[in-house]
Design a protein around this ligand. Structure first.
Ligand SMILES: NC(=O)c1ccc[n+]([C@@H]2O[C@H](COP(=O)([O-])OP(=O)(O)OC[C@H]3O[C@@H](n4cnc5c(N)ncnc54)[C@H](O)[C@@H]3O)[C@@H](O)[C@H]2O)c1
Length: 322
């Protein structure tokens, strides 16, 4: 195989913002078919990417039966995602999904185990891991050894709103920060957390999260997330052997090395652009997924890895106040 034949389930906002343009841009991928329940979105996306009428579907089962696809992007909200993904996996397709990987770790593991049985490649859109400034800073820190301590903060100004999809905001959004702690520090051994509500009560979700996690590497990770904050603010900090990185992905990272000048790197320096589809890792997660299919390699943020992140999310949630 030299070109991966891709079908999409979902022509919504995230898919159109980052996934369709990334697949369309890669010479190693071909956008073959599209499915969406909403015919308006289906047709406008298909028109934009030149997908002929006979390859447009409102029933994904029909698309799977009729089209000769190698991979399927299933880009839709977590509710109702898992059965569709399981059907794609059972049809032998490589599958890319957005975060969160289902509504629970049970769903995440069901998808991961099916993917292992079918021996297909999978990828979850934990895009921060692929962001240029993050990768650069992480590589610098790891040159000198494994980290001892990391912080992941992810705040948003959501006062008066509610959680996405009526679900725990830790699962649907702050999961990105939890995933970064695992990426930097390993697998969790011990978790202590405080999960509570302040200023307002949402249905099915608290709005404040603080956790202290000890990892199997011996390192400790600290998670902090407020959803009644003044603005959206995301920041990672990692300390290693005589070196520390302070990361504001996707824009910049500062690398402090004992005895050296502070190194500042920016998205523009590393990628030549400030387009977040490129700088925030969205293009690179697709390039990585497609490359792994062609080279028979395991994607970094595969379903099994993502299920472990979902497990850690649920371990933090167990500390939720009633
Ligand atoms: N990684 C990130 O930074 C990031 C940012 C935003 C959203 N997301 C994730 O992206 C996912 C999608 O979010 P969105 O805002 O694009 O959603 P959306 O509602 O805009 O789009 C979903 C699309 O899926 C279609 N759909 C739903 N069920 C279907 C079915 N059975 N068959 C065919 N089509 C179906 C809908 O009609 C809709 O067009 C969510 O899981 C969200 O958490 C990730």
């Amino acid at each position: 195989m030299s070109v991966v034949r891709v079908g999409f389930i979902g022509a919504g906002s995230m898919a159109n913002a980052v996934h369709y343009p990334s697949v369309a841009e890669l010479p190693e991928a071909e956008l073959v078919a599209i499915c969406d329940l909403d015919e308006g979105r289906l047709n406008s996306t298909a028109d934009k990417y030149g997908v002929p009428k006979e390859h447009r579907y409102t029933d994904y089962q029909r698309m799977l039966e009729r089209e000769n696809l190698d991979a399927v992007y299933v880009i839709m909200p977590p509710n109702g995602l898992t059965p569709i993904v399981l059907d794609c996996l059972r049809a032998g397709k490589h599958v890319f999904i957005e975060k969160p990987p289902g509504c629970s770790s049970d769903e995440a593991w069901a998808m991961a185990e099916e993917a292992e049985r079918q021996k297909v490649k999978t990828c979850v859109g934990f895009n921060r891991r692929y962001a240029a400034v993050y990768r650069h800073a992480k590589a610098k820190v790891f040159e000198f050894g494994t980290p001892s301590l990391a912080f992941a903060e992810f705040h948003k100004d959501m006062l008066g709103q509610g959680p996405y999809y009526g679900m725990s905001i830790l699962r649907t959004d702050i999961i990105h920060a939890v995933d970064i702690l695992r990426d930097l520090l390993g697998e969790p051994v011990e978790v202590y957390a405080h999960v509570w509500s302040h200023y307002e009560r949402w249905q099915n979700s608290h709005n404040q999260f603080a956790a202290l996690i000890r990892f199997d590497s011996g390192a400790v990770g600290i998670l902090a997330a407020s959803r009644t904050a003044g603005s959206r603010y995301e920041r990672f900090e990692v300390h290693g052997k005589g070196i520390s990185a302070y990361i504001r992905a996707p824009e910049r990272a500062e690398i402090h090395r004992q005895g050296s000048e502070v190194e500042v790197v920016t998205d523009k320096q590393l990628t030549g652009t400030t387009d977040r589809r490129i700088t925030y890792g969205y293009f690179d997660e697709t390039r990585h997924f497609i490359t792994c299919i062609l080279r028979d390699e395991i994607p970094l943020t595969n379903f099994t890895d993502a299920a472990r992140t979902m497990d850690l999310v649920e371990r933090v949630e167990r500390f939720a106040l009633p």
